[in-house]
Design a binder for this molecule. Structure first.
Ligand code: SF4
Length: 256
């Protein structure tokens, strides 16, 4: 049975966040420097409301959010990111590993702690929490050092349902998140997992994006599969056939 992506985000959020005297805590499982964007310091959070069949997150972290990782305050996460960035001489930060927009109060407090530290922050999100929360986009607009990358799961409702196992309407919510971000004046662009898409479905997506803002259609980033062994196993389990994909050691520079 397809699941409701909003209900699942709300349910997972309850498992991976908790209140504390120092603000809302969120579960994380590691902090690292990663090769993407030419070098970016990354805190990997636990928990996402989608179940993408190509997700690179390990099965343990993805399927057992109540058991994986530990709770951290916003201040500790911000300090950890800044400290590793200084050590690695990088100025680009992000939260990845799951859905960073879960735990809105936590994320906003992390951003508050990063303000004025001379870093840029990339928010990589599936967009669904930004679509269902009335004022998330306006809240994000207060931070001029962030850029939001909304990662679309396919080019249309049918592909979204095939790739995530969720109800197809979730795709419209991803587009709705982009619309809200554009309206709020937040720097953003869409990316799309296109390894399963046809040229025709990509054209359809560009038209949809163009209706929100021509800039979004121009800046559409094409994402392709990275064939980690556990990703290949998941794809086989779901009988998903892909058109393009790269071995982890052969990802082309333009994808990094
Ligand atoms: S939205 Fe991202 S983190 Fe969530 S399941 Fe899909 S690929 Fe994994």
């Amino acid at each position: 049975m397809p699941y409701d992506p909003v209900e699942r985000h709300i349910a997972i959020e309850k498992l991976v966040t908790r209140p504390s005297p120092e603000g809302q805590e969120r579960k994380y499982y590691r902090t690292r420097a990663a090769r993407w964007y030419g070098g970016i310091v990354t805190a990997d959070c636990v928990g996402c409301g989608l179940l993408c069949r190509f997700c690179w997150v390990s099965d343990f972290v993805a399927n057992r959010p109540a058991d994986a990782g530990s709770f951290y305050t916003p201040r500790r996460i911000a300090e950890g990111l800044i400290s590793l960035a200084r050590k690695c001489k990088l100025d680009l930060l992000r939260i990845s590993g799951g859905e960073p927009a879960l735990g809105k109060q936590h994320l906003l407090a992390v951003l508050e702690n990063l303000r004025g530290k001379g870093c840029r922050f990339i928010l990589e999100t599936n967009g669904i929490p930004i679509a269902y929360d009335e004022d998330y986009a306006e809240n994000l607009a207060k931070y001029d050092f962030i850029h939001v990358r909304v990662s679309l799961k396919g080019c249309n409702e049918e592909e979204f349902a095939m790739l995530t196992g969720a109800k197809p309407e979730g795709f419209k919510m991803q587009l709705e998140a982009l619309r809200k971000l554009v309206e709020a004046g937040v720097s953003c662009h869409p990316s799309v997992m296109a390894s399963f898409s046809t040229r025709k479905s990509l054209q359809f997506l560009r038209k949809q994006l163009d209706q929100i803002s021509p800039k979004l259609a121009d800046e559409l980033e094409i994402e392709e599969l990275i064939l980690y062994p556990h990703v290949v196993r998941k794809l086989q389990k779901h009988g998903l056939k892909y058109h393009t994909g790269y071995a982890p050691e052969n990802v082309p520079p333009e994808q990094i």
